[in-house]
Design a protein around this ligand. Sequence first.
Ligand SMILES: Cc1cc2nc3c(=O)[nH]c(=O)nc-3n(C[C@H](O)[C@H](O)[C@H](O)COP(=O)(O)OP(=O)(O)OC[C@H]3O[C@@H](n4cnc5c(N)ncnc54)[C@H](O)[C@@H]3O)c2cc1C
Length: 433
Amino acid sequence: MIDTDVTVIGGGPAGLTAAIAAARCGAKTILIEHMDRIGRKLLSTGNGKCNYTNAVQGVSCYRGENPAFVLPVMEQFGMEDTVRFFEELGIYPRVRRGYYYPASGQAASVLDVLRMECDYQNVEVYTSCVLSSIEKRAHGIEISTNKGAFSTKSLIFAPGLLAAPKTGSDGSAFPYIEALGHHFVDIVPALVQLQGKQAFFKELAGIRAEMALELYIENVQFHLKENKAEVSFAAGYECACSERGELQLTEYGISGIPVFQVSRYATRALHEKRGVYAKIDFLPDLTEDALFALLLERFYVNAHGKDAAQALIGLFPKKLIDVLLKEAGIALHIPAEQVKKPGLWKLVRTVKQFRVDVVGSKGMDAAQVCAGGVDTGEVDAGTLESKLTAGIYFAGEILDIDGTCGGYNLQWAWSSGYVAGIHAAGKGKQEKA
Ligand SMILES: Cc1cc2nc3c(=O)[nH]c(=O)nc-3n(C[C@H](O)[C@H](O)[C@H](O)COP(=O)(O)OP(=O)(O)OC[C@H]3O[C@@H](n4cnc5c(N)ncnc54)[C@H](O)[C@@H]3O)c2cc1C
């Protein structure tokens, strides 16, 4: 049995930061990683360039049942601390519109400096190390693995959730967390592409342009138990959130940053068996009246012998023109002047309120993060220690906090990792005393 002060489970961004923080406080620290190498997911972040934080911070950048849970953590180790931490490790930042990347342009550099600092701080890293039991004893916590048994004073869980499971975050640590009495908020993919129901997506694949997006979610107001079956009454749809930016239309549905940003609400609602649809505005800079005036000009004043499809060339990509006209019920090759004004109004509404019925997402394999995770109500926001079992801590995505796109998920991993690390090492408690 090897005795340690702090054991970290998971060698991702949160676990590596936690191990460094604990070791810097003088704690004998080990890190257990079940993959053959640490930091696999980190290597794929930001398309291999690693968007590791963002200049704009605030509680609205984080989501979960209680987003304010991040505040005491960020106060102890926030964005500026993160930038300084990485500068000291050797990461010179390159900042684009507030988004931080390593100047090397390589996520691998971020992993390299973390690995080197773990070595320097004498963190013992056990890779291909598979857990077989975790037992809370009077004197500490005993951990059995295929690489031997460990007795530790504090244990930090940083195993991620279920996004991109091939990188190692496969849920294998969940049973140990549940055995310690913790509960999970249901886990759904977030920052993920959404699947549409309509057949037109095959024709639209490949289109990308600046668009606005609104997500509507079925508002289920009543639940009745009838003959033991649960019956829900839909009370209409409400706009849950909206985004604007470059949207991509694909053969399965919609993608791009605005879709990623709203996706966690869609996947959560679908998980709860609620209906979801999105409205796309293909010309967000024009009001409906302004677009109608523009169409009057193109269809009547400057038609110059064009048909309906030709009258829209220059306004939309060609593939989109065909779908828009079909959805508005206008024949593609009818002379433009013959389209009546009610038809043009229908076209205006099709362009500005293009409906996509959302039926699913591209799932965990494609998701960058998950929503859900360990219920933050069971964890002390000041220390990240379990309120249920002393000596157990949590860091990173495993907690019910997910960030928006833009470096916020890694920021959460660094901040929660550092805070869990210092408190698990006992430093936080000493400082308070
Ligand atoms: C393609 C992609 C791009 C991304 N780009 C960005 C970006 O640019 N900016 C950003 O902020 N976020 C980005 N993210 C999200 C970010 O990578 C995650 O939020 C972050 O990695 C979470 O860190 P973590 O340490 O909590 O979990 P993970 O990175 O998932 O690490 C968990 C570690 O624990 C190990 N583990 C799991 N179970 C066990 C077990 N039972 N025993 C031992 N070890 C275990 C895993 O193998 C893994 O190494 C991206 C994600 C993906 C998939």
